[in-house]
Design a protein around this ligand. Structure first.
Ligand code: FA5
Length: 295
């Protein structure tokens, strides 16, 4: 097209027109080719498929520790009966742990053999019962609480650990009797083990209840006939219980003439051992995934 100036003027219109046609033809073919390539790329894009049947890469998923599961389940069962959750410190005063629960200074339970002392009047709580005291000091009856928590004792064998979990229960109202205690614990045991089990009370002594009793449940492995697990007695111990001693009410300013109450304390490791046939209490704390993943 640059050369067009050298063409004799008479021929210019014809040659100019021909050159233009060639130019347009080339441009049209280039555009067509580009469009074709674009369309092919779009088709390839659409044809690329994802195979949704391919197995995904596994993502390991954690879950709550068995003891946490058991604690939450137990709390939920008591919540249905109207019990709220209460808490207290693990480092506790001697007064809340012993004195207010009518455990005198010279009682063997306070011995250095059993109790970890942090300082002179400060201990690692040996049971969750001090939460009873804190709850009764903090509020007036009616009271219905459960207190799950870690406690400490100088104890160490396949069924006893220096750190373990208890679940305390306390109900205080104008008309509470031992029958209420029995009803609540029977309901709990049947819900927790999902079995029609019996319970029994064996007279026992805890300073802060009167009368006091150990609670046994029918052995769920032999249904009471007697087996290795229940040491051929047909019964398994799950905790202590009783009717709140008026001496305890005196420490927290509740009128024992107007109010009565029941209390209980169970070992959660024990409850879970009986449900899942765990043979050594240490399995709970070792963090071994081969154990933990089973639950
Ligand atoms: C008590 O601790 C009382 N405070 C329970 C109580 C509460 C009685 C309210 C009356 C009214 P005891 O020492 O028996 O009681 O412990 C209760 C349960 O804790 C036992 O039945 C057992 O299941 C569990 N337990 C005790 N020591 C250990 C331990 N070292 N390791 C694991 N579980 C334990």
């Amino acid at each position: 097209m640059k050369e067009l100036g050298r063409v004799p003027p008479a021929e210019r219109p014809a040659i100019g027109a021909a050159t233009n046609r060639v130019k347009q033809e080339i441009e049209a073919r280039v555009a067509a080719k580009l469009a074709e390539l674009d369309a092919a790329a779009a088709r390839a894009d659409l044809a690329r498929t994802v195979d949704i049947t391919m197995p995904a890469r596994p993502v390991p998923r954690g879950h709550l520790h068995l003891l946490t599961q058991v604690r939450q389940e137990a709390v939920a069962i008591f919540a249905e009966l109207g019990f709220a959750v209460a808490e207290g410190p693990q480092i506790e005063t001697d007064w809340h742990t012993f004195e207010a629960l009518a455990i005198p200074k010279d009682h063997p339970a306070r011995d250095m053999q059993d109790t970890f002392y942090v300082a002179d009047e400060i201990v690692l709580r040996t049971h969750t019962s001090p939460v009873q005291i804190r709850t009764m000091l903090a509020g007036k009856p009616p009271i219905r609480i459960v207190a799950p928590g870690v406690v400490y004792r100088r104890d160490d064998d396949p069924t006893h650990s220096p750190m373990f979990t208890q679940l305390e229960g306390l109900a205080v109202d104008t008309d509470i009797s031992f029958a209420d205690l029995k009803g609540v614990l029977l309901h709990f045991v049947r819900r927790f083990y999902d079995q029609d089990l019996a319970i029994r009370f064996r007279p026992s002594y805890f300073q802060f209840v009167e009368p006091g009793a150990e609670v046994d449940m029918q052995c769920r492995f032999c249904m009471g006939r007697g087996c290795r697990l229940c040491k051929h007695t047909g019964w398994l111990e799950i905790g202590g219980s009783g009717v709140v001693d008026p001496a305890v009410f005196a420490h927290v300013g509740i009128d024992p003439e107007a109010y009565s109450g029941f209390a209980f304390g169970m070992g959660l490791e024990r409850m879970a051992m009986l449900r899942h046939d765990v043979t050594d209490i240490k399995y709970y704390y070792e963090g071994d995934l081969r154990f933990l993943e089973q639950f």
